[in-house]
Design a binder for this molecule. Structure first.
Ligand code: 5AD
Ligand code: SF4
Length: 458
């Protein structure tokens, strides 16, 4: 019987990509995907270290897996950023883990799996920590990429040299590294041959990409020539690297979707300086102006941290003002979380927990209002939706608009839902909620196009 692996991804899309690639590596070793840990021979937790809460989740999941391992043979591995940052700690707190493997080492999975002896013991046996930054690049050792749906991720850049004072990424993912354009184009072709219609280019600092002479804009232009690939996105970007060619690409490259996740973190210049963000609020607003000049209908998204050490009420007000000035389609916001080894964690001007909670609530109320307003603006319009997921009901199908909104459509029957999977169809929106839109398939009369143009003029 084939061996089964269950890979659980935490945190960002880069982990989702890594999990898919681990699946590709293990498929070569004869592993197929398990539906749940309960029917797996190998469970891999692909972890996130960005905030304390994310990191702690791993230990509670490991506790549950320990119980499973006590009842039968099971191999347990911890991968991702917690593995990288606290491999020793994992082995101390969860010695039943068979091996720990960092984000740059998972091409070595076949060897690690072969060397680990599956066991049903919960304590003390051979285990290994593999978190060195290897001299070779894992990408040179990974097998062909398999598309796991119509919308897929492709990592083009890893690591970060920006060293924002709150962030663990430069420590867990290492220095900035860009993959060569030729390797990315090859992987993109493999993915589109396998049925991918949309590719999201990933990197912790994706717009710092320098593996092509033309930077990220140059790469996007080359990717846009691939037949069968209809939609291109990229995330996550830093305002400092939003160069004029990339901004122009939003106006010139029709396959580049009108949506951008551009984290600002705070609207206060004093806070931004303490965060070592290397830009002020006005720089950010000027970038948004230029993006909107290039692509008037571009939908904007961001990340915010509230309660960063030293943040005053006035600083926080500046954040609310920036949000008002931009008008976001969607955004993520977090309470500042102390991360070991980062400069901000040692500061003695930490903000009390209650103040953080109050500010988060106020910010989220504002962002949620903006998001609902953005979505409501689509009611009655026709938008092209790429159907990429099944809905909760068998005849339901779900996808995304160019602006990243989730759309649900009820088809006549399950066969129709299957038929639409992986296709881009014009959908008339009849209802809008905070996190999704409801629509029906529009008979193709060309009306959708007109509506979209109307939006971009507005
Ligand atoms: N505390 C809270 N949020 C953080 N982020 C990164 N580090 C921290 C931290 N220490 C947020 C930032 C980043 C997003 C991925 O996570 O907003 O953009
Ligand atoms: Fe972290 Fe992003 Fe800042 Fe890099 S740019 S240090 S990944 S928040």
């Amino acid at each position: 019987m084939a061996k089964k692996v269950f890979i659980k991804s935490y945190g960002c899309q880069m982990n989702v990509y890594d999990s898919a690639r681990m699946g590709d590596v293990l498929a070569q070793e004869g592993y197929i995907a398990a539906d749940a840990p309960a029917d797996a021979d190998l469970v891999i937790l692909n972890t996130c270290h960005i905030r304390e809460k994310a990191a702690e989740k791993v230990y509670s999941e490991l506790g549950r897996l320990r119980a499973l391992k006590e009842s039968r043979m099971l191999m347990i591995a911890v991968a991702g950023c917690v593995a990288q940052a606290e491999g020793e700690e994992i082995m101390r707190r969860a010695p039943y883990v068979d091996f720990v493997v960092g984000p740059q080492n998972y091409h070595q999975l076949p060897r690690l799996v072969a060397n680990a002896t599956p066991s049903n013991k919960s304590l003390g046996f051979a285990h290994a920590i593999n978190t060195d930054f290897p001299a070779e690049s894992k990408f040179d050792f990974l097998p062909e990429a398999r598309a796991n749906g119509p919308a897929v991720f492709l990592t083009i850049q890893e690591g970060c040299d920006k060293f924002c004072s709150f962030c663990v990424v430069p420590y867990t993912r290492g220095v900035e590294f860009s993959r060569p354009a030729s390797a990315i184009l090859e992987e993109a072709r493999q993915l589109t041959n396998g049925g991918a219609v949309e590719i999201t280019l990933l990197g912790q600092n994706v717009n710092a990409y320098h593996g092509d002479d033309g930077g990220l804009a140059g790469l996007i232009l080359k990717l846009s020539e691939i037949g069968g690939l209809d939609r291109i996105r990229y995330t996550t970007s830093h305002p400092r690297d939003m160069d004029k060619n990339l901004i122009a690409a939003h106006g010139n490259v029709s396959k580049l979707m009108p949506h951008l996740h551009l984290p600002v973190q705070s609207g206060s210049d004093a806070t931004l300086a303490r965060m070592n963000r290397q830009h002020v609020a006005d720089d950010y607003l000027r970038i948004i102006d230029k993006l909107r000049a290039a692509r008037p209908d571009i939908a904007l998204s961001s990340d915010f941290i509230v309660g960063y050490p030293g943040e005053t009420d006035a600083d926080f007000e500046s954040t609310l003002e920036l949000v008002d000035a931009v008008g976001y389609a969607q955004a993520y916001s977090f309470k500042y979380s102390k991360r070991p080894g980062t400069p901000a964690s040692d500061r003695d001007d930490q903000v009390p927990e209650q103040v953080k909670s109050d500010r988060l609530e106020a910010l989220q109320n504002l962002l949620n209002r903006q998001q609902l307003e953005f979505n409501k603006g689509f009611v009655g319009k026709v938008v092209p939706v790429l159907f990429e997921r099944r809905g909760k009901l068998p005849q339901q199908i779900a996808g995304r608009t160019p602006y990243m909104q989730a759309v649900h459509v009820d088809c006549e029957n399950t066969d129709m839902a299957d038929h639409y999977f992986g296709k881009i169809l014009p959908i008339r929106i009849f209802d809008a909620f905070a996190n999704s839109l409801a629509g029906i398939i529009e008979t193709p009369t060309g009306q959708g196009e007109e509506n979209l143009m109307e939006r971009s003029r507005g």
